[in-house]
Design a protein around this ligand. Structure first.
Ligand SMILES: Cc1ncc(COP(=O)(O)O)c(C=O)c1O
Length: 433
């Protein structure tokens, strides 16, 4: 499960050339650690897989949003996929070219749409007829023309967790295939909107190449229909959802996803946009956490760590799997932690946090070596949907983030303080009794 950038050297985990123990000692735990090299090589792998399309790569902020990491990606040619005014502000503050920003989301507020129009974002992805009307009204009001794509709902199952499937007909996302022509016909009557794109995102992570291929086939088919109707469609936004290696079961290589769609898309001669998140960021990060207590309740062994669902919500939310292993591992580092693990002295362990919820776990029944108070654990592949989903539930300040490049390390987000927790409530008058 380790990658070139997170490797065990002499039995101790390193991020690039910095020992994980040194990072934990210097910045405290829980701590998000990112590898610059991993982030950039994941970006390069994606770019090279889809090279025949030369796509616009709009990194999805919802997966990872630290300004320093966004600046790094912008500096390497990335645009951004945003879904809120806050994400738009981050992307702009990171120095993004607004024309390289796509603004998606099923429920943008008027305020957010105005901000997107004022910034001159490259593409607004519309998800309903109602939203199209609002967009046209606001564009007219502000004297701008909105460049838009219509998110279609292709009714294709991504075969991922039910909560992260977005492209089947019963989901809230996109426009039903039967209504697409109607939306384009209406857009033609609205000069303040230039609707020349189609957008699709069926969920994430997509585990089967066939789902990705089927969704793109649907997009190309509806594009043909629309072109026959006389509409011009010159941009296809393929969304995100390309998988990352979490260490539970292997997924098809990225190249297979690319090979399945590059031919027909090239033939269509359109500009393509990708909105990758996890495939770039997930394996570029890990979470360091310290063991607070080890206890046994009934037949179960619980390792209570200082990381929780605050720092990593995915296991609680989606029963997601993250490979976990001690930072000081001796010679033993498995490539996976399946129940049929090879070492008899591993203990099925529930790795849990301090939050007052039974769903506050990082792993359940996971084969791990015996652990004790003070041990440092690494939770792998937490570069995506970890810090961005972090909360302060139970009034726990959010953790710090650190970026490593070779032997260098740089704190890129300070640990929040107790003052941060109450800052937005202070200095407001008390309600009259
Ligand atoms: C519209 C859209 N684009 C892109 C993404 C990014 O997905 P991923 O991080 O799996 O690539 C998402 C994730 O939910 C999404 O909803």
């Amino acid at each position: 499960m380790t990658t070139g950038c997170f490797e065990y050297q002499d039995g101790a985990l390193h991020c690039e050339q910095v020992p994980a123990e040194e990072l934990a000692a210097g910045h405290g735990t829980p701590l998000y650690v990112y590898s610059r090299q991993a982030l950039l090589s994941n970006l390069e792998a994606l770019r090279s897989a889809f090279a025949p399309l030369d796509p616009r790569i709009c990194f999805s902020l919802k997966s990872c949003q630290n300004l320093h990491l966004l600046r790094l990606l912008a500096g390497h040619g990335c645009g951004f996929d945003v879904v809120s005014g806050g994400e738009l502000q981050r992307a702009l503050e990171a120095g993004a070219d607004p024309r390289q920003i796509v603004f998606a989301g099923v429920g943008k507020t008027d305020h957010e749409i105005r901000a997107a129009l004022a910034a001159g974002v490259g593409l607004l992805n519309v998800e309903s007829l109602s939203e199209l009307e609002v967009l046209a009204g606001l564009a007219r009001e502000t004297g701008t023309q909105a460049h838009a794509a219509l998110r279609i709902n292709p009714d294709v199952d991504a075969h991922t967790h039910a909560y992260t499937t977005t492209g089947t007909r019963e989901n809230k996302f996109g426009v039903d295939m039967h209504h697409v022509r109607q939306v384009f016909a209406r857009a033609a009557e609205l000069p303040a909107v230039c609707l020349r794109g189609l957008h699709v995102h069926i969920g994430s992570p997509i585990t089967q190449v066939a789902s990705f291929r089927d969704a793109i086939a649907q997009v190309l088919a509806i594009r043909d229909t629309l072109q026959r109707d006389g509409f011009t469609i010159d941009t296809l936004d393929l969304g995100g959802g390309l998988p990352a290696q979490y260490g539970d079961h292997p997924h098809p290589p990225l190249q297979e996803f690319a090979d399945a769609v590059c031919g027909p898309l090239r033939e269509a001669g359109v500009e393509t946009v990708l909105e990758p998140g996890r495939v770039i960021a997930a394996t570029a990060g890990l979470l360091l956490t310290r063991v607070l207590h080890v206890k046994r309740n009934g037949s179960r062994v619980f390792v209570v760590t200082d990381a929780s669902m605050n720092e990593l919500l995915r296991p609680a939310l989606y029963q997601a799997y993250h490979f976990i292993w001690p930072v000081r591992a001796g010679k033993r580092v498995p490539q996976s932690q399946s129940a049929d693990q090879p070492w008899p002295d591993l203990v099925p362990t529930d790795v849990v946090g301090p939050i007052c919820e039974t769903t506050d776990f990082l792993a359940r029944g996971r084969p791990l070596p015996p652990l004790e108070r003070g041990d440092l654990l690494a939770v792998f592949a937490t570069g995506a949907y970890s810090m961005t989903m972090a909360s302060q539930y139970n009034s726990r300040p959010r953790a710090a983030e650190v970026l490593v490049a070779g032997r260098r390390q740089q704190r890129i987000r300070r640990r929040e303080t107790y003052d941060d927790l109450v800052a937005a409530e202070r200095d407001l008058p008390e309600m009259e009794p």
